[in-house]
Design a protein around this ligand. Sequence first.
Ligand code: GLN
Length: 533
Amino acid sequence: MPNTKYIFVTGGVTSSLGKGIVSASLAKLLQSRGYSTTIQKLDPYINVDPGTLNPYEHGECFVTDDGAETDLDLGHYERFLSVPTSQANNITTGRVYQNVINKERKGEYLGKTVQIIPHITDEIKSSIKLLGENGNWDVVITEIGGTVGDIESLPYIESVRQLRWELGSDCLVIHLTLIPFLAASGELKTKPTQHSVKKLLEYGLQPDILVCRAEHEIPREVRNKIARFCNVEPQAVIASLDAKTIYDVPLLMMEEELDKVAIRKLGLELGEEPELKTWKSFLKRLKNPKNSVKIGLIGKYIELKDSYKSIAEGFIHAGANNECSVELEWIHSEGINSENAQEKLGHLNGILVAPGFGERGIAGKLAAVKFARENKTPFFGICLGMQCAVVEFAQNVMGLESSSKEINSDVKHPVIDLMEEQKKIRNMGGTMRLGAYPCSLEEGSIAHQAYGTREISERHRHRYEFNNFYKDDFEKAGMKATGINSDTGLVEVVEIKDHPYFIGVQFHPEYKSTVANPHPLFIGFVKAALENV
Ligand code: GLN
């Protein structure tokens, strides 16, 4: 077996060039050629993890099975590869410094002055090599966040420079750049790319492959020019044109032979020609829908669509599975009330109340649940959405003066309350109930029908829980806990009777929906919405 190969992906010129999608696409192609591949993201910010970030900052926080709160790019990696990631797949500058400072406090540096080089760079290098050393991966792709030239990402670039020397032919550097099109002169411009590569060279790093984002086809002579100025082979200048969907990108990269060039440069065998059968049939269904449904996503961070990235992608997977296009209508929870609910929600085939934190927008979420319950609109509540379903039911069906403790700490009937262990916690970072927990489903429940199995495992990210003190009262009134964690007795799923499809889940199913395995609860919800067209 050859050594693990490392591919580093850097970005230049601007942010948002799609480094994550290009990395995931290359990984997909390598995977389908028979190489086990994983992707890691290095983030240059000082937060130890993105768990404490407001979604408006960097979008959704993605959660892995092992309970790591990570960058949303890990969601793309999982959706493309259908291979779980873990804490090791996302490192931030904050975590690197925290590890180094902890070691310093323990005296592990034996009296040395602790410095960026070599101590911080050694820590970064060992975080990169950790994935390669566990024997699971033929190829580790490491995506470096930020743009070359940023002060923040310098230690990462320096670490890659050092690793290049240590790893020799076992590593490869791919640099993503932008080739802007100047409409006035009708030309593609290569200068920003030349400058960006020069910047990398200043840091001692020569890219092997350039992936050039462009709005127009890049002609051969332009590629030759880039190659000449940037010391890369003409075949290693790859065009990445705007795609209709991110799921087209692996096929576009295959046409550009990004995988072939990378494999040749790493000295690997080409392997089988990627068939991508499942992928292509997913794309075919995605692009040829037979029906369409309108689903309202009720949330309070809707100004930034990335805040609900995994939910939106879950609907793309489930829509394709149902051969139906899902038109997501993003509805601000702060704008909904009982007077305007009919006007805002009446035309929807399904209503999803999204996860979230804090009091803002809760009244609108409760109004949306009430509307869905009373009008028999298919309803799907995720995490806070499930908690809202429970509170709404307690208030309007059971007539209890009730709420979640998160929203009203003095409420008489806290039907959603903090778990005992959570009451002692003072630190905000990394202290929620996080990661995968098992759940047993009730025979014949909506959830059981969707999953087709009674034992499931799903990922969590929350502090509050259904208060079991009220469980029997809920059941008598018609809301049933149909999914329970058998180890702890915590309620994971609630459903109501006399409704075509009403389900709330305490966990986050969206984190596990992938192209190859669309999530059963999303499939079931879209089906129910289709029946309500
Ligand atoms: N704020 C709620 C809690 O902490 C729900 C969290 C969420 O929706 N992810 O329990």
